[in-house]
Design a binder for this molecule. Structure first.
Ligand code: GLT
Ligand code: MN
Ligand code: MN
Length: 409
């Protein structure tokens, strides 16, 4: 229902005619209420910006050219609200969405802020905590579905440990599986059109968080009862914190048809979870990611929402927040244009042309005894193959020149 576009207000592209990088709703860019609404509080200092009303966030995001807004239950309906308060808040929020033509593609549960979750939610040793977490998530799923969400994210920020002897990590995984199996069945029982997307993070706020990378998540999903409705929501910052290639994690998820959602931001290796403006660090990785998502090299394209799970620097006032949001979206579009130009460049195409061998290729998959025998007998001049230079220096330099705007712009 809420997924239909009804926006009539001046969109960003109309306000910037002829600007190819001005974001528009058809770009599918989304922000969480908690992202642009981040008040700049950190472990060393208080808020530097006032709390934003969700209805105001909706109006401003629409003005910037975003497509949608995502939320935790508590971002919209403060913890402890009465049913009457909830209904009023939800009614006003729905009106703002309709007035400004924004949708809610994704919703999630806050299972980390309240002190009751200090030692986890689904993995807690205390059945009362696990029961409360399930109950809170069922209510939050109802809210998300009411707002039109099609994807439901699970980020287990507190599912981890410092004093690791407190529980057997195998027991934690079993409890998390039980919770997800339960909640999948809840969605099915209610006939909701909703898929789950699991988000990994290696640490912070816990010393170690269970299921620390997208790869861990992908295996865990294969052990779930209703695995077909569960995919991943990889985040740039989280995979980068582990020192891993984000593009490779996303590629594995895409290849498994499990990229249900994505959290875009920027991060430097070895630091706390920075959640910086998309593309503002490691432009190479950002380029490779956008190239992958846009399928400019020929692979399948990602067609889901492009969510920026990032926030403005603590130095900014509200005007800076909207510059931050616009910057995320513009950088994505600029990188997409650069990726298209790179993959259309005749020299790049020549350098990335597949190496063909019509005699050997049929032998390389689908084992048979005959194929194994042919492989053994095949004439392969190993020294000749090994001596061939692959010209990746030239390829990478071409990528840098496209990226730096001196070629194909
Ligand atoms: C929190 C976290 C994010 C998650 C959000 C969804 S909550 O802001 O840092 O990475 O995506 O629960
Ligand atoms: Mn995230
Ligand atoms: Mn993060």
């Amino acid at each position: 229902m809420a997924q239909k576009r009804t926006r009539t207000s001046a969109s960003s592209s109309r306000r910037h005619p002829g600007d190819p990088f001005a974001p528009t709703p058809s770009d599918r860019f989304t922000f969480g209420l908690w992202t642009v609404g981040n008040t700049g509080r950190d472990p060393f200092g208080e808020s530097v910006r006032a709390r934003m009303l969700p209805t105001h966030t909706v109006a401003k995001l629409a003005e910037c050219g975003a497509y949608g807004v995502n939320l935790h239950d508590d971002d919209l309906v403060p913890f402890g609200s009465t049913t009457k308060q909830r209904d009023t808040i939800v009614r006003d929020f729905k009106k703002a969405l309709a007035d400004h033509g924004l949708v809610v593609p994704m919703a999630t549960t806050n299972l980390f802020s309240h002190p009751v979750f200090k030692d986890g939610a689904f993995s807690s040793n205390d059945p009362k905590v696990r029961a409360f977490a399930l109950r809170k998530t069922m209510a939050a799923i109802d809210l998300g579905v009411e707002l039109g969400a099609k994807t439901y994210v699970f980020w287990g920020g507190r599912e981890g440990s410092e004093a690791d002897a407190c529980r057997d990590p195998r027991e934690a995984l079993k409890r998390m599986r039980d919770a997800l199996d339960f909640l999948c069945a809840y969605v099915k029982d209610n006939g909701y059109d909703l898929r789950f997307a699991l988000e990994a993070k290696p640490n912070e706020p816990r010393g170690d968080i269970y299921l620390p990378t997208t790869g861990h998540m992908l295996h865990f999903i294969s052990t779930l009862q209703h695995h077909a409705m569960v995919g991943v929501n990889p985040e740039v910052a989280h995979e980068t914190m582990s020192g891993l290639s984000f593009a490779h994690a996303v590629a594995q998820a895409m290849e498994a048809d499990k990229l249900f959602h994505i959290d875009l931001n920027a991060q430097r290796i070895g630091r706390y979870d920075q959640d910086l403006r998309f593309g503002s660090e490691d432009v190479r990785q950002a380029f490779l990611l956008v190239r992958l998502l846009e399928g400019t090299a020929g692979g399948a394209k990602y067609t889901g929402p492009l969510h920026f799970d990032a926030h403005a620097y603590r130095t900014e006032d509200e005007a800076g927040v909207w510059e931050f949001a616009t910057g995320c979206m513009r950088t994505y579009k600029i990188l997409a244009a650069r990726a298209r130009a790179f993959d259309a460049d005749p020299e790049v195409r020549e350098l990335t042309k597949p190496v063909r061998d019509v005699a050997l290729e049929p032998l390389l998959s689908g084992y048979t005894r005959a194929k194994a025998a042919k492989l053994r007998a095949a004439d392969i001049d190993v020294d000749r193959v090994a001596s061939r230079g692959l010209r990746y220096e030239r390829l990478d330099q071409l990528m840098m020149e496209h990226l730096l705007g001196v070629r194909g712009a």
